[in-house]
Design a protein around this ligand. Sequence first.
Ligand SMILES: Nc1ncnc2c1ncn2[C@@H]1O[C@H](COP(=O)(O)OP(=O)(O)OP(=O)(O)O)[C@@H](O)[C@H]1O
Ligand SMILES: [Mg+2]
Length: 336
Amino acid sequence: MTEYAIEVNKLTKKFDDFTAVDNLSLNVDEGEIFGFLGPNGAGKSTTIRMLCTLSQPTSGNAKVAGYDLMKDHAMVRENIGLVAEKMIMYDRLTASENLRFFGKLYAIPKQKLEERIDELLELVNMQEWKNTQISKFSTGMKQRINVIRALLPDPKILFMDEPTLGLDPQTTFSIRDITRDINKSGVTVILTTHAMTEAEALSDRVAIIDHGQIAALDTPHNLKKMISTSDTTIFSTRITNLTSQLIEKIKSLEVVTAVAHDNYDLKISASGSDSLNQIIDTIRREGGNISSIVNTAESTLEDVFLTVTGKDMRDHANEKSTTYNSHGQTPKSRVR
Ligand SMILES: Nc1ncnc2c1ncn2[C@@H]1O[C@H](COP(=O)(O)OP(=O)(O)OP(=O)(O)O)[C@@H](O)[C@H]1O
Ligand SMILES: [Mg+2]
């Protein structure tokens, strides 16, 4: 085995003129849970699909489990499992029939396959449902079967693309527990998510990705520390008569690096010791009613995202609300 589970070197994927993954380089350590955090369209699934040999990179390369992604498809595939964005399952088959079907695709010997199915059903607490038709399962139960399906060939590396998307909180917690158990058994896990809490709860390290590029990469703890030790402060405020003109005024302040808003709530990323005074003065001068303003003492991964990309995760699908300040400073240049 190599030192790294995955080494990504300038991986790029273009769809015609559009660059979905842009010169991505990073290493994933053996045994870690590595999270790709980014909004819709950031390039997370495209990256995963390339690393799983399902999509041909436009340029760049990677080593997966020590094997060359471009030259050694078969060996890469032998060492990985994928929990894809969309569940693939046959509703009319039972849990074990589904698993057996996929196990045969991996050419796992019959006896070994039966043992593996039992072992994996036990891992996710689903033994008693072994012979029940999948159509009778809740979404959470289906997802548990979907996850262990990827583990049938006993992979060294497990890719999970948005494993808890659309699940209720309880099921989400159980899938996260299962993910930790899988990781403890020695499997390196790469997961994608656009939920901050998920990235934080599970990952040893997180790469924040935006427009196919890494905006920041570190442990959740260090990412949060990065903005609390930089001169950037995040203010959360509610302005009951918020207007787009007022937002523009706030953005035009020299001390303000990014602004995101959701109805009457604003998140303002600012730097400099006098930033709070300036922001409050501006809001008052423009006739804004401040119903609350807090300096987010404990920064969140969402604040990091705002600081390194200059926009709110929610805003991202709608590029109109991308919020750079008027001096053309990209917030990226402020945080290293
Ligand atoms: N086959 C394709 N042809 C053209 N464009 C594509 C194709 N696949 C993905 N894209 C585009 O590439 C970008 C990245 O897509 P990708 O699915 O990797 O994003 P993502 O980060 O997984 O987002 P999501 O959170 O929505 O799953 C998007 O703008 C998407 O529209
Ligand atoms: Mg995706």
